[in-house]
Design a protein around this ligand. Structure first.
Ligand code: FEO
Length: 169
């Protein structure tokens, strides 16, 4: 059985993951609006990943006999200045999510909930990857600058991204 504080915190993280999916879908829509279909594809896949993160938490709450409570999802930003502006936002957002995961891990330690602590380790590792991939892309977009052919090459690369559902380990 989940303690109340952990259950509330997991429900908040579920909401944060769904918000992330919403944010990346908004970025997908922005890229579609400026005809960068490959960048849009990258965001669409990222949104699917965030939804799968949310579902992982959803299923864990149920597995531990808790109650999933769905709250309102905040409206995301809809406009950005440029692809660089978007990826600066992505990197900052992922750093923020890492902070949320760390707070949850700290709470699981305070509450002596070893099962939740163990469950959260997947997210700790995932955030290392999320920060690495978003900062890597941010650097590529910075290097491309305003050079149209470089941006189109990146668009082609990001168009290849496919969704790999996370393992259930
Ligand atoms: Fe669910 Fe991008 O972290």
């Amino acid at each position: 059985m989940l303690g109340e504080k952990i259950e509330d915190a997991l429900n908040s993280q579920l909401n944060a993951e769904l918000y992330s999916a919403y944010l990346y879908l908004a970025m997908n829509a922005y890229f579609e609006s400026i005809d960068l279909g490959g960048f849009a594809n990258w965001m669409r896949i990222q949104a699917q990943e965030e939804l799968s993160h949310g579902m992982k938490i959803h299923d864990y709450i149920i597995q531990r006999g808790g109650r999933v409570i769905l709250e309102e999802i905040e409206k995301p930003q809809t406009e950005w200045e440029s692809p660089l502006d978007v990826f600066e936002h992505v990197y900052a957002h992922e750093q923020k999510v890492t902070g949320l995961i760390n707070d949850l891990v700290n709470l699981s330690i305070e509450e002596k909930d070893h099962a939740t602590n163990n469950f959260l380790q997947w997210f700790v590792e995932e955030q290392v990857e999320e920060e690495e991939s978003s900062s890597g892309i941010l650097n590529k977009v910075k290097l491309a600058g305003k050079d149209a052919s470089s941006i189109l090459m990146l668009d082609n690369e990001f168009g290849q991204r496919m969704f790999n559902p996370p393992s259930s380990e």
